[in-house]
Design a protein around this ligand. Structure first.
Ligand SMILES: NC(=O)C1=CN([C@@H]2O[C@H](COP(=O)(O)OP(=O)(O)OC[C@H]3O[C@@H](n4cnc5c(N)ncnc54)[C@H](OP(=O)(O)O)[C@@H]3O)[C@@H](O)[C@H]2O)C=CC1
Ligand SMILES: CC(=O)[C@@H](O)[C@H](O)COP(=O)(O)O
Ligand SMILES: [Mn+2]
Length: 394
């Protein structure tokens, strides 16, 4: 069998670099045909291009001549002659790369900027291995309408877990989805104790090594709010049948409760290479993708309810999803802006979710959900968030 042709969007990030590890470990299964990234690390994308021998490389910003030079230098250092991939630059580089013929497009871009590449990948007919949850959340029904049955395979660990659990039952048997949350670095703290936490503390995730945005969102529990909406859209389960439970060890990645009270959980040590490999190989598992639990050592898995007073983000996300339309896009865009302001030292940690709540309360939604109405709502939410935060003092 020929290896599957893979496109990696966001190749230089946490998901992207781990995807290259997965491909390296199974070259008989996967072959990278194209890569893209923002352009913040040209050296790395040049090395990745040479390493994978990708035929096309895209960057959203940054100097194409410099990338060309770096690829040439890396190719000669590797003794690779005549390697000259197509270089695509500009804000829509990832969208163009996503449209190249391939079997699987892994979207590992961070943020709702991943929406156009997600839609382009779906249009191309390739399987979309989706780590970029924001594109599904902001695009909602638009993304679902663009996808054929089973065309989207979740890579987010919780949703990969649920997809695996659902293999064991039919839709009618499903009672609830139960998403696990690590609780982040501030688990157990009161709202008052969260006021003065620092960006460095917010980035100290207890179990996962991820990019800045998703790590900060884990600390505020915004990530879990986004994941509830993501699960609702992926699995067509109503929001009131999606629960969150805090599980600090991040070994049980999520669960499905069936109508007879039976629960099926997916468990493995925290390692994204497992859901990435399953996303690239779906429906087949990739042998040796990650290490299994070690039962020779005593282990404790604990579960506790979410403190939704200290961490209101999950309820806020559910409310935004219930309002539908462009509310989830506003939730996400306001959060992206507030997270940036927090890391720039302009606002407190608790201001992130407070700001999202207040921007949402001013939003009136759009009558029709189209790509343009989503982009308009995002622009409005980003401007509104900036305006609010411009006057804030620490
Ligand atoms: N990391 C993880 O373990 C998990 C991540 N996810 C989700 O996966 C996605 C990626 O997360 P993560 O890998 O942690 O993020 P990172 O911040 O580590 O990486 C983000 C990637 O996106 C690229 N990028 C940024 N802007 C653009 C743009 N305009 N066009 C094209 N590429 C761009 C970056 O390129 P550059 O380096 O050039 O800026 C980088 O390659 C997020 O949606 C996250 O929520 C979900 C579950 C787990
Ligand atoms: C690995 C992964 O899927 C992340 O999205 C993870 O869920 C973050 O951990 P939290 O449970 O702390 O949000
Ligand atoms: Mn997740």
């Amino acid at each position: 069998m020929q290896p599957r042709k893979i496109i990696l969007l966001g190749s230089t990030g946490s998901i992207g670099t781990q995807a290259i590890d997965v491909v390296d470990a199974a070259p008989h299964l996967f072959e990278v045909v194209a890569l893209s990234a923002g352009g913040g690390n040209l050296e790395l994308i040049a090395q990745q291009a040479v390493h994978t021998k990708a035929q096309a490389v895209g960057i959203a910003y940054g100097d194409a001549h410099e990338l060309h030079r770096l690829i040439g230098a890396a190719a000669s250092a590797a003794g690779l002659r005549n390697y000259d991939p197509a270089i695509i630059t500009g804000p829509d580089a990832s969208t163009k790369i996503a449209a190249i013929e391939a079997d699987v497009v892994l979207n590992g871009i961070t943020g709702s900027i991943g929406l156009a590449p997600t839609l382009a990948a779906l249009k191309s007919g390739a399987i979309l291995a989706l780590a970029n949850k924001e594109s599904l959340i902001v695009g909602g029904a638009l993304v679902k309408a663009a996808a054929a049955v089973d065309q989207i395979v979740p890579v987010d660990s919780e949703h990969s877990a649920i997809a695996q659990c659902l293999r064991a039952g039919t839709d009618k048997e499903v009672g609830k989805l139960i998403l696990t949350a690590s609780g982040g670095p501030f688990r157990g703290r009161s709202r008052e104790q969260l006021r003065n936490v620092t960006p460095a503390e917010a980035l100290a995730h207890p179990t996962w090594d991820m990019g800045l945005m998703v790590t900060t969102n884990s600390a505020s529990l915004v990530n879990k709010g986004l994941e509830v909406i993501e699960a609702h859209l992926l699995f067509d389960v109503p929001l009131d049948r999606i629960d969150v439970v805090v599980h600090p060890q991040s070994v049980v990645h999520s669960m499905v409760e069936f109508v007879d009270g039976s629960i099926i959980a997916q468990a493995s040590p925290p390692d994204m290479r497992l859901p990435i490999a399953l996303g690239l190989g779906w429906p087949d598992r990739v042998p040796g993708a990650a290490k299994a639990c070690d039962w020779t050592k005593a282990t404790r898995w604990t579960f506790e309810p979410l403190d939704s007073v200290a961490f209101p983000a999950v309820e806020l996300a559910k409310d935004a999803a219930k309002q539908g339309s462009t509310f989830p896009a506003v939730f996400n865009a306001a959060n992206e802006e507030a997270v940036e302001a927090f890391h720039a030292g302009r606002i407190r940690f608790t201001d992130i979710v407070d700001t999202v709540e207040s921007v949402l309360s001013e939003h009136s939604g759009s009558l029709e959900l189209t790509v343009d109405s989503v982009l308009d709502a995002e622009r409005w939410a980003r401007t509104r968030t900036h305006d609010r935060l411009a006057n804030s003092t620490l």
